[in-house]
Ligand binder design. Structure first.
Ligand SMILES: Cc1cc2nc3c(=O)[nH]c(=O)nc-3n(C[C@H](O)[C@H](O)[C@H](O)COP(=O)(O)O)c2cc1C
Length: 335
């Protein structure tokens, strides 16, 4: 084992590999988080705008599938959520003694201080120097530098390769890298640029334990980096209009731009036990989704070009670590 694959952050995250599951609403639930934990990665569950009952259920399921003292995080995006629900979610996480939180988008200083005071480890995903400065000033324990290549909601405008070293240079806490990484060689490059871990979204969507619909997983396997687009078209039911990276589909091509209000108000799919999904919604197709799945938000990073199969999350982590070791061996060869 190369020492570079065992950075000090692993002690803070209490895991064995420098691979974090990205917080992904509707995708990263207890089944995926438990599989990531079992393989030595850092488990995170995406609970953005989810009701308290689901948080309680998923935390209990994760602990039952792993152990009661598992170190894991819940991901919330304060700015995307109504204040009343956010307060309930935070209260539930504190009541459940969730040990860590991954936050994203606008930096909520008061929330970060509250969580730190309660002994919760706070990890913040940032897309710019400005967000990083605010998150550091608020007292975050770990930063995740998210580049423009990332799948899902994209905060900044700079690529991972350029953003990461700047965030590392200004940060007095460990930094993980996110966006465009789905290979061991990608992991090694992030470590070379000063990251102490990678936070992977797309690489884990395309696993057997993800809560994503098989249509979404297969489209990711079939896609290349150039098949993703950066767009603001999926804005319905978020508290703000924010850019996302998704796989191209009829919605991103503009096929529905001229639809009237009447047609826009018709559901295009149903999921989560029969909840309607509308055109331009931020919901991606969940495992039980039925309807026009290809017209939903199919979040994917430019990293999709490095994903060639749907495997278990454990196998994905083993593939990445094997590939990282092989990359380091190759780089070390003297001439
Ligand atoms: C399907 C999907 C859903 C996502 N949902 C969230 C989310 O709920 N909260 C969040 O902080 N980031 C979310 N992201 C962004 C990830 O945290 C991460 O920045 C991104 O996946 C990194 O790029 P990659 O997909 O190339 O690994 C999502 C990404 C994907 C692919």
């Amino acid at each position: 084992m190369y020492s570079v694959l065992q950075p000090p952050l692993l002690r803070q995250l209490r895991c064995e590999c420098p691979i974090m599951l990205a917080g992904m609403g509707g995708v990263a639930r207890s089944r995926l988080a438990a599989a990531v934990a079992a393989a030595g990665g850092f488990p995170v569950m995406g609970m953005v705008r989810e009701p308290v009952a689901l948080i309680e259920k998923e935390v209990a399921a994760l602990r039952a599938a792993t152990r009661d003292d598992l170190h894991f995080a819940i991901n919330l995006i304060p700015a995307s959520c109504e204040r009343a629900l956010l307060s309930q979610q935070v209260a539930a996480c504190l009541r459940l003694k969730v040990p860590a939180m991954v936050l994203f988008w606008d930096v909520d200083t008061a929330l970060i201080r509250q969580l730190r005071d309660e002994g919760v480890q706070v990890i913040h995903q940032v897309g710019s120097r400005r967000d990083a400065e605010q998150a550091l000033r608020a007292g975050c324990d770990v930063l995740i530098a998210q580049g423009l290549e990332a799948g899902g909601h994209v905060r900044g405008g700079v690529s991972t390769l350029a953003l990461l070293p700047e965030i590392v240079a200004m940060s007095d806490v460990p930094v993980a890298a996110s966006g465009g990484i789905a290979s061991g060689a990608g992991l090694v490059s992030a470590l070379a640029l000063g990251a102490q871990a990678v936070s992977l979204g797309s690489a884990f969507v395309s696993t057997t334990e993800a809560f994503a619909h098989p249509h979404h997983r297969q489209r990711m396997v079939d896609a290349h980096a150039e098949d993703t687009v950066y767009t603001t078209v999926f804005a319905r039911n978020w508290a703000l209009t924010a850019p996302v990276r998704v796989l191209q589909n009829a919605v991103t091509r503009g096929d529905f731009d001229r639809l009237g209000e009447e047609e826009r108000s018709q559901p295009i799919a149903w999921q989560d036990g029969g909840q309607p999904v509308f055109l331009f919604s931020t919901d991606s197709p969940a495992i039980d989704a039925e309807g026009r799945l290809d017209d939903m938000a199919l979040y994917a990073g430019q990293s999709v070009g490095q994903i060639h199969d749907i495997v278990s999350a454990g196998e994905r982590i083993r593939q990445l670590m094997r590939d990282a070791e092989a990359t380091l061996e190759r780089l070390e060869t003297k001439i």
